[in-house]
Ligand binder design. Structure first.
Ligand code: 1HE
Length: 267
């Protein structure tokens, strides 16, 4: 595996903090962070190695005013790809987004501006999405003469339901603000900076035990692909491993000693 210290990225910026929080920033603001081949390959490398490189939580952020404008339409147009070539491109997108969703490291997307097309597919692969007042979501594929190729049929449908996803891609409907939260496109809508909020969340989840986070950010997604019967079986196997991990003993001890924080309602 590549050494993280010698890793070179083309269109992503990586900042690693001592507490294991990583900030991965889409860094093509002049192109509204459109996803070209190089960016997808960067995402694959980074998310394939993140757990082994010690990342405990990742903020997925973006330079400029927009999170991501989706597929690089200019690259796609200029390359004049065959069907087989574009199918292989889509499979690389799936590789990248699957590494994010199933990789075991919590990914928190700090959204702003356009989160559209493939940008929404990318955001949907994160475990937590934080929107701000500027954030808007759309699937403009229908209007562009295209179809979703980066997992929207699965992940966006999973978030908001098939009927809403079909409406978005068919009519170009834009969701923003509280309405977007209400249908499930993001879990948080913040008044200030989505980045600051996402970073706070990342610091919080980075304090969880890594094996616990690994289960949450990998097993749950796998279980969604199983029958309910098999998922329940897999859940008990994962809980068998996670809930008996030696590192959890001190936390259980603190609860038993009444030194651990209790769960209280919000103020
Ligand atoms: C791009 C892209 C892009 C901007 N590919 N270059 N996605 C879309 O249909 C969304 C297309 N983009 C937009 O609607 C707008 O650009 C935005 C709303 C995101 C931003 O608007 P704005 O006014 O700030 O920027 P702009 O002037 O439109 O674009 C600035 C530059 O970014 C310009 O390049 P320039 O060299 O002429 O300065 C744009 O060409 C470039 N740019 N968006 C390439 N998407 C696996 S299948 C997935 C299918 C999809 O994702 S379809 C949805 C595609």
């Amino acid at each position: 595996m590549t050494d993280i210290d010698t890793l070179t990225l083309t269109n992503l910026r990586l900042e690693r903090h001592e507490d294991g929080v990583w900030i991965v920033t889409l860094a093509r603001p002049a192109k509204r962070n459109a996803l070209d081949v190089a960016t997808i390959e960067d995402l694959i490398v980074l998310f394939s190695g993140a757990a082994d490189w010690g990342a405990r939580a990742i903020v997925l952020a973006a330079e400029g005013d927009h999170f991501c404008a989706g597929l690089d339409l200019v690259e796609h147009h200029r390359q004049d790809r065959s069907a087989a070539e574009f199918m292989r491109i889509c499979l690389r997108w799936h590789e990248a987004f699957n590494k994010m969703e199933y990789g075991g490291v919590p990914v928190i997307a700090a959204l702003k501006g356009a989160v559209v097309g493939g940008g929404l597919e990318l955001a949907s692969a994160a475990h937590v999405r934080v929107a701000d007042g500027s954030t808007y979501f759309a699937l403009p594929e229908g209007q562009r003469g295209l179809f979703a190729g980066g997992g929207a049929t699965i992940r966006v449908s999973g978030l908001i339901g098939k009927a809403r996803m079909v409406d978005m891609i068919l009519t170009g409907r834009v969701y923003q603000g509280q309405e977007a939260i209400g249908i499930g496109l993001a879990q948080y809508l913040v008044e200030g900076s989505s980045f600051d909020f996402a970073l706070d969340l990342a610091r919080k989840v980075a304090a969880n035990l890594p094996l616990t986070n690994f289960a949450i950010c990998s097993a749950i997604s796998h279980m969604q692909n199983m029958s309910a019967l098999d998922a329940a079986y897999a859940e008990s196997a994962v809980a068998g491993i996670v809930n008996t991990q030696p590192d959890a003993r001190a936390r259980l001890e603190a609860f038993a000693n009444r030194t651990a924080a209790r769960v209280r309602p919000n103020e």
